[in-house]
Design a protein around this ligand. Structure first.
Ligand code: NAD
Length: 247
């Protein structure tokens, strides 16, 4: 780990425009399980595609049951050493942007500037109406579900409410994806943290950066499909490596 950390420190010293792309792995040390690790979310719950959510009352009920079970962990989670290290990176004026696949709001809670955070897959902390697009605070809707409103609907138009996350089968917001692509093209270094790099289009962003000549680093416990292509790969724990690198 020592060599990996000093190589990362060297990169940080000599580079000023770093794009960091985070995945569920950065938040496991805050107690939020990822999708694919043993004990992760997919070992306990079935995925609901957006088409099923729209078509079936039963799917909407099951989806809200799952979302209501996992929300308290997200709401009460605190940023860990990995998140806090990225705040230091911003204070050093090295951070161009955090592109996060996460929906837990922990980069904001840690103290990174909102303008430097791009939530590619939305947020679990808000709820959106699928019909009129009105947005609601998640906690108030969570309380409604707990009080027995199993499939909540919009106060304004009676449309289906859903946490403001991108579900499987749903397309990403065009403006957000376009910004992610253009910032990936402009960076000097692109650092992937805690992502299996198998969810697209997110997984194409490090490829885009590398094709434009950026240095590519991957910090993830398991190997990823882009390891062979990267300039720096580290299979250690995120909190330990990042806090040491930014000590
Ligand atoms: P993923 O579950 O596919 O991969 C996470 C990776 O992180 C794994 O390869 C795992 O080995 C690694 N990892 C876990 N803990 C680690 C640690 N402490 N140190 C080093 N590596 C660690 O997650 P993904 O690539 O982000 O993609 C899947 C989707 O999961 C995203 O769309 C995201 O929206 C969603 N998701 C988000 C959260 C969250 O917001 N915290 C939680 C679960 C899933």
């Amino acid at each position: 780990m020592k060599n990996a950390v000093s190589d990362l420190q060297q990169l940080i010293k000599t580079t000023s425009r770093i794009v960091v792309m985070t995945g569920a792995g950065i938040s496991t040390e805050s107690g939020i399980p990822d999708f694919r690790s043993p004990g992760g979310i997919w070992s306990k719950y079935r995925v609901t595609r957006i088409q099923e959510f729209i078509a079936s009352h039963e799917a909407r009920r099951n989806y809200w049951r799952y979302k209501t079970a996992v929300y308290p962990d997200i709401e009460s989670a605190s940023p860990n050493a990995g998140h806090l290290a990225l705040v230091k990176l911003e204070k050093l004026n090295k951070l161009q942007l955090i592109i996060t696949q996460n929906i837990d709001g922990l980069h904001q809670k840690a103290g990174n500037n909102e303008k430097r955070i791009l939530e590619l897959h939305g947020t679990e902390l808000e709820v959106k109406c699928l019909k009129c697009h009105a947005r609601f605070d998640r906690l108030s809707i969570h309380q409604r579900v707990l009080a027995g409103d199993e499939v909540p609907t919009c106060d304004y138009c009676c449309g289906w409410l859903k946490p403001a996350t991108i579900s499987f089968g749903q397309t990403l917001h065009e403006a957000i994806l376009n910004r992610a692509i253009s910032e990936s093209k402009e960076c000097e270094a692109f650092l992937v943290i805690g992502s299996s790099l198998i969810v697209y289009p997110a997984a194409s962003l490090p490829e885009i950066a590398k094709q434009q000549g950026a240095w590519l680093g991957i910090l993830n416990r398991e190997s990823t499909p882009l390891d062979a292509w990267a300039d720096w790969v580290c299979h250690e724990s995120i909190g330990a490596v990042l806090s040491e690198a930014l000590r």
